[in-house]
Design a protein around this ligand. Structure first.
Ligand SMILES: N[C@@H](CCC[C@H](N)C(=O)O)C(=O)O
Length: 271
């Protein structure tokens, strides 16, 4: 089975080209592929499948009238399914062009959270129209050594974005956050951020289904939305362990701009 490996600000993915939807991807297989010692290694999997090959197995939200040709079937490294992955869409879009599966620098990618428009910028960065960001009030969580409070936000997938005092490097993210199960029945990704200059955030993230990662695109959008004054257009640079992305917020939602890289291609006997 052929695969590629890519990352967006070091949020890394195993990419599996499966145009006709023939692959039976079990939780165990996903875990093995993402294992950094016994497998290829990654924070998640991006299965590249033709939308028409998925038929009615798609979540209703992904069954848009105008279906994009390609669907990003995203899985976390623990084998769970997530609605959206912001860095994943950029890497997926880059892969489609790299593999000659799309032409042009504007197209759409299907996700469980619906179709996402992408633009390939002149410098190779990719901008994703992330759509609506839903502010859902506030909630709290317990990290290994501290209680945090923040904004409950949906970017297609669930987030708790918490502003912290002091450097984010000091926050202990070694254990899964304890969340309010009523607020987050499906779990959540937890971001800690601090504004280090006007319009500039530093952020770390503990991802649902993957643990601490070096970047999370939907988390970057959630942190920017939490930091932004409500109802105003704003632009945010968000620094994460693996690099930096830019978020543009306006009344229609959020756009996320950042890099995407393919680092390897090969064959695996794990499938
Ligand atoms: N890394 C992703 C988010 C992946 C899904 C997330 N772990 C979840 O379960 O919701 C991103 O770049 O957005």
């Amino acid at each position: 089975m052929r695969f590629a490996k890519g990352h967006g600000t070091e949020n890394d993915f195993v990419i599996l080209p499966d145009p006709e939807g023939e692959l039976q991807l079990t939780k165990e297989t996903v875990r093995l592929l993402c294992d950094r010692r016994a497998g290829i290694g990654g924070d998640g999997i991006l299965r590249v499948v033709r939308t028409r090959a998925l038929g009615e197995t798609l979540a209703p939200a992904a069954r848009t009238a105008e279906r994009p040709e390609w669907f990003m079937d995203y899985r976390n490294s623990d084998g769970s399914v997530a609605e959206m992955c912001g860095n994943g869409v950029r890497v997926f879009a880059h892969y489609l062009r790299h593999a000659g599966l799309v032409e042009g620098d504007r197209f759409e990618v299907g996700t469980r959270d619906g179709a996402k428009g992408v633009v390939v910028e002149a410098d190779g960065d990719i901008t994703v129209d992330m759509g609506r960001v839903e502010m859902q009030g506030t909630s709290s969580a317990k990290l290994a050594r501290q209680a945090v409070h923040g904004s409950q936000i949906s970017v297609g997938n669930p987030h708790l974005a918490c502003e912290v005092q002091g450097p984010v490097a000091d926050v202990d993210l070694s254990e899964p956050p304890e969340l309010d199960a009523e607020a987050f029945p499906e779990g959540a990704n937890v971001e800690v951020y601090t504004e280090v200059a006007p319009g500039v955030l530093e952020m770390r993230v503990y991802e649902r289904g993957s643990g601490e990662t070096r970047s999370c695109g939907t988390g970057i959008v959630a942190a920017a939305a939490a930091a932004a004054p409500e109802g105003e257009e704003s632009t945010w640079r968000v620094r994460v362990l693996g690099g930096e992305c830019t978020v543009y917020l306006d009344a229609s939602g959020a756009r996320l701009r950042g890099p995407a890289t393919i680092v390897a291609e090969g064959g695996t006997s794990l499938l």
